[in-house]
Design a protein around this ligand. Structure first.
Ligand SMILES: [Zn+2]
Length: 196
């Protein structure tokens, strides 16, 4: 039975690498996959999923307001697809996650969504919130803090290395960098006044 999967992580955990490896495993067995990524992600150029270790693959894109049920149905009409892969799924809209769930239920195609759980302020991304609510299965793509504990949070730093506490949830094309930390070191980095 087809399922909706949510693979969540913090920044720099290698979720795109995990996605590309999983898609490769299907193709190696002669099965077609359908890859989608957020249109606003221009790191690798439009329509491409790239990982920091140097592997990449062409991908279709999704944009706000787009009907993803219709998009997947159209792709399936063109030929069989063993699995749909979605990168940067934190940028999905609430309605689009429901459309993915409907594709799983009504079209019988598995959908594997990969995305960040929380932003640099420690708040859920909208797409991730709905995926956490609707996914049939969830898996964490893990990475570690500099202290060796599991990193679950992320800080945004400006060009000078100062930690930013506010700003837009999505920042495109800036000089910001992101560092993944455990919750305790994240609280320290953002200046939690309750830290001892
Ligand atoms: Zn730590």
């Amino acid at each position: 039975m087809a399922k909706l999967y949510f693979h969540y992580s913090t920044m720099n955990a290698g979720k795109s690498t995990v996605l590309l490896q999983a898609a490769h495993n299907y193709r190696e067995r002669g099965m077609e996959t359908y890859l989608l990524t957020a249109q606003l992600d221009t790191r690798a150029g439009e329509g491409r999923i790239a990982s920091r270790i140097g592997i990449g693959s062409a991908a279709d894109t999704f944009a706000p307001g787009e009907d993803l049920f219709g998009k997947i149905a159209k792709r399936l009409a063109a030929g069989p697809v063993a699995c749909v892969f979605i990168d940067e799924s934190q940028f999905l809209e609430d309605a689009q996650v429901w459309q993915l769930a409907r594709a799983v239920d009504d079209l019988g195609v598995p959908v594997m969504a990969y995305g960040l759980r929380v932003d640099f302020r420690g708040r859920l991304f909208p797409g991730s919130a709905t995926l956490l609510a609707l996914a049939d299965e969830m898996r964490e793509v893990r990475t570690i803090c500099h202290c060796g504990k599991k990193a679950t949070m992320v800080v945004r730093k400006d060009a000078s290395g100062a930690v930013l506490r506010d700003g837009a949830q999505v920042q495109i094309g800036g000089n910001e960098t992101y560092v993944s930390l455990c919750r305790r070191h994240w609280r320290k980095a953002v200046g939690d006044p309750d830290m001892g």
